[in-house]
Design a protein around this ligand. Structure first.
Ligand code: NDP
Length: 279
């Protein structure tokens, strides 16, 4: 195991709150697993001090950081460049320092799509129903479109937000078929990207669940939402949000280190952290 010394590289996460984050443990273990001399720390940030914080990060030689709630949008004006996804989504969760410039990325959507392998599923040519039109839903919809989905049905409590997301995708991915109404067809995948189910409630009725072959809920706490419980009763393959959480972090790690992430190590770390929520 690499010990901290004068050459230790520094990474971190900014958020408010940030103490609950699993990323410091997951990323530090990933660095250790590959023998990279680096640490990853939590930084409690304030909205009106983001510019000063980034200056301080440069002064202390921080190489990169993650961004969590509530700064995924607020960080944008403080960055020098954005990846095409981050630019289109107006949201950043990963920042790297390159030649003195802060470059912002959004790895949530790509992380979700990579995690679909755990369901033995690839979005290419698939018919998908996505519930929600908030930050996570936007990132997921963008990544599904990029991965070659054939059709996306976008359903949201506030329908105007689903229509706005449809318009964004229509401009960026002209061949993609889109709808903001459930037309009763079968879906290869139903995704919950709303926050409904974190405490109670279910974002889909049994009729909609029955239309889908598989169900993925991006909520990871609780591990079994009411949606996943109902889907399992209907014999659907299911997945919770731990996969997205893992792979968004794995992709961030790969952006910083340019090496394949030690996914099993990161997965074990996450499983341990998630276990502490339940004990
Ligand atoms: P946002 O606040 O950006 O969006 C929330 C979404 O949930 C909106 O579509 C909103 O609808 C909908 N919603 C909220 N309450 C209800 C309700 N009572 N009934 C129906 N719809 C509702 O949040 P995020 O997109 O950032 O996060 C959404 C969820 O994803 C959270 O639960 C979070 O835990 C989870 N998440 C998981 C991640 C992972 O790695 N697995 C990463 C990030 C988030 P409306 O537009 O009408 O308000």
């Amino acid at each position: 195991m690499t010990l901290i010394n004068g050459a230790t590289e520094k990474y971190g996460i900014i958020g408010n709150p940030v103490a609950h984050s699993f990323s410091p443990s997951m990323q530090t273990k990933a660095f250790q697993a590959l023998g990279i001399n680096a640490v990853y720390l939590p930084f409690l940030a304030q909205a009106d001090q983001l510019g000063e914080l980034l200056q301080a990060f440069q002064l202390i030689g921080l190489k990169g950081f993650n961004v969590t709630v509530p700064f995924k949008e607020a960080i944008l004006p403080h960055l020098d460049e954005l990846s095409p996804e981050a630019q289109a989504l107006g949201s950043v969760n990963t920042v790297t320092l390159q030649e003195g410039k802060w470059i912002g990325y959004s790895t949530d959507g790509a992380g979700f799509v990579r995690g679909l392998a755990e369901l033995d599923f690839t979005p290419k040519k698939a018919e998908i129903c996505l519930l929600g039109a908030g930050g996570s839903a936007k990132a997921i919809a963008w990544a599904l479109a990029q991965a070659g989905a054939a059709h996306l049905t976008l359903l949201n409590r506030s329908p105007e937000k689903a229509v706005a997301l449809q318009n964004l995708l229509r401009q960026a991915f002209p061949p993609l078929s889109l709808s903001t109404k459930n037309q009763g067809q079968d879906f290869d995948l139903l995704i919950n990207a709303t926050s409904l189910g974190m405490k109670d409630g279910c974002p889909a009725d049994n009729k909609l669940i029955a239309q889908a072959k598989r169900v993925s809920d991006i909520i990871y706490n609780p591990p079994q939402t009411e949606l996943l419980r109902r889907a399992r009763k209907l014999d659907k393959a299911t997945q919770n949000g731990a996969a997205m959480l893992l792979y968004q972090g794995a992709i961030a790690f790969e952006i910083w280190t340019k090496q394949p992430a030690p996914v099993t190590v990161m997965q074990n770390s996450l499983a341990e952290s998630l276990q502490t929520l339940r004990s």
